[in-house]
Design a protein. Sequence first.
Length: 122
Amino acid sequence: MQEKRRDERLDVMWKAGIRTDDGDFPCKIDDVSTAGAKVRCEADLKPGEIVEFHVDGIGEFAAEVKWIENGVTGLFLQGGPDVLLKKYAELSGEYPSTEPADKGDNDPLNSSVRFPPRIKSV
């Protein structure tokens, strides 16, 4: 049975990092949806695990590992500065997006509070 997506994914080539109890791991984001991301990372992750997920240019998120297949991991964003990653890709004007768009002061969800980067990216 094939899973039905509730939301279209957008291809990106963004840098990110994942923090687990075992340490910090650089990763690359392959695509994003409204509140999810498909990433490639060397971390030993398990479905259901909650991790800290840092996206360069956006901030840190709490994320749940939903699935892992052939070295690719699906993350569901549970909380952070703005869980709607897809709009950063849509606003970038590039396909695939090479970095998140800066939404500036026009975004009603924009907050002046940003999490400091704690995870090195690739």
